[in-house]
Design a binder for this molecule. Structure first.
Ligand SMILES: Cc1ncc(COP(=O)(O)O)c(C=O)c1O
Length: 439
């Protein structure tokens, strides 16, 4: 195998973790409650689910999913370009109420990106992408790159470097696109949406495409997400989001600045023409979730989740571990403890699982090799005592793993700041993006 993006490294590390039975596991077959899973009859509290509001087990979603399956069957395998179920139209209308903009439903977020980016971005445009942008966006813009579009990476969230790139590239290209996430899926930090808005106002050729998959549901009016909570939809911007995380269902949505953009996606988006629409059960669950989102109930669900997130932060702050937490000033339910090398991450996870909890290991290729971390996702369904015990388990485990690997929390923090080019890092910051960065 020979290619630029270290497949051998990926295999080496994933093989090690699999051998230790920490990943690629089958959970025991029992009725789920949203919080716990079980390996070999041992109950484990999961901190790896992205169903932040716990809606995937809401009886209203389950019932409508079942009803739609009974009414329309398990599949609807006809291209929506020919004809479609009315419930797909109904879902889009509900999503338009939620986002207050024209919306198009996509079978998944990844397929949404593939529908949108080649329609939006031409070969005489340039792409600047945040190097932590989700892999699904990356896959989609590789289609544009294959067609001749120029691409350039921006160090993660270094908005201070963005304007110079826009100014430089706009003299040569028709449009300059920025591609990023709203809430970054690994570290749970957020894009600086206000700065993007400022740049869109300042430069007519500057355009923005954001994937707010993880920002939906828990944030903003009607759960319309982190980005649209911070800024209004701008005419030079398109947003994608997932219905498969906080929303509790499956699929994606493209939020368009205007009806014309929606028309272009509908008529030209490859996966909207050539890929199967979502199954009726999924549309049913999404409709039930969208109804909750456009009701006042969403405020209560958001507040309940926030109380869990606040508890988690206050528990973490009791330990020295706070240092290694890449904390952001959002209420995002995703947290990331940097631990440095994959070996330290694997050992930390091993110790945490032994104590009865399962956070996710954020390792290459999701992160650069030496930026491994323990990623934690909090959901509304977690019990307070579980959060308290979990934080202690994480603290004890990471502390032990660092000691065993001869590392200190300070050295990990320095390494992270340096590698990610965090402003104010004390070491010389290398402004180039590491070759092996792939997510
Ligand atoms: C930021 C982000 N975008 C897109 C996706 C992919 O979503 P989907 O499964 O709907 O394609 C994910 C999945 O983890 C994600 O984290």
């Amino acid at each position: 195998m020979d290619n630029s993006y270290n497949l051998k490294d990926v295999l080496r590390y994933t093989d090690i973790v699999e051998e230790q039975a920490l990943v690629y596991r089958n959970i025991d077959d029992f009725i789920l409650n949203g919080r716990t899973i079980s390996f070999n009859q041992k109950e484990i509290v999961s901190f790896a689910s992205c169903s932040y509001l716990g809606l995937e087990l809401d009886p209203r979603l389950k019932t409508l999913a079942a009803e739609m399956a009974i009414r329309y069957g398990t599949a609807f395998p006809t291209s929506r370009s020919y004809y479609k179920l009315q419930i797909l139209e109904e879902l889009e209308l509900l999503l338009e109420k939620m986002f207050e903009k024209p919306c198009i439903h996509t079978t998944s977020t990844s397929l949404g990106h593939i529908a949108a980016l080649p329609v939006l971005i031409g070969k005489n445009d340039a792409i600047i992408y945040d190097h932590q942008v989700h892999n699904s966006v990356r896959n989609a813009f590789m289609i544009c790159k294959g067609a001749g579009t120029y691409t350039e990476a921006l160090r993660h969230n270094r908005m201070d470097l963005l304007e110079e790139k826009v100014v430089r590239l706009q003299t040569k290209y028709n449009n300059v696109w920025f591609l990023g996430d709203g809430i970054y899926s690994m570290m749970g930090d957020a894009v600086e949406a206000e700065e993007l808005y400022r740049l869109m106002n300042k430069y007519k050729k500057f355009r923005v495409y954001l994937d707010d998959a993880h920002g939906i549901g828990w944030c903003g009016k009607n759960g319309k997400g982190y980005v649209l909570d911070k800024i209004e939809m701008h005419p030079q911007m398109v947003m994608a989001a997932s219905l498969g995380k906080g929303f509790g269902s499956f699929g994606g949505v493209l939020v368009c600045p205007d009806a014309e953009t929606k028309r272009l996606f509908r008529k030209l988006g490859s996966t909207l023409i050539f890929s199967t629409p979502n199954m009726p059960a999924v549309l049913g669950a999404s409709i039930a979730s969208a109804r909750i989102h456009i009701s006042n109930e969403i405020n209560k669900l958001q507040a309940e989740l926030k109380s869990k997130v606040d508890l988690f932060i206050s528990e973490v702050s009791k330990y020295g571990l706070l240092k290694t937490l890449r904390i952001d000033k959002t209420d995002s339910p995703i947290f990331f403890f940097g631990v440095g090398k994959p070996e330290t991450g694997i050992r930390s996870l091993d110790l945490i699982v032994e104590k009865g909890f399962y956070p996710s290991l954020a390792m290459h290729p999701a992160m650069p090799v030496n930026n491994t971390g323990i990623r934690v996702t909090i959901t509304r369904t977690h019990k307070n005592e579980e959060i308290v015990q979990f934080v202690k388990a994480v603290n004890d485990s990471i502390t032990q793993a660092l000691v065993e690997n001869g590392l200190s929390a300070d050295s990990v923090v320095r390494h992270f700041d340096k590698l990610l080019g965090i402003k104010g890092a004390t070491d010389n910051v290398d402004e180039t993006v590491p070759e092996n960065v792939h997510q």
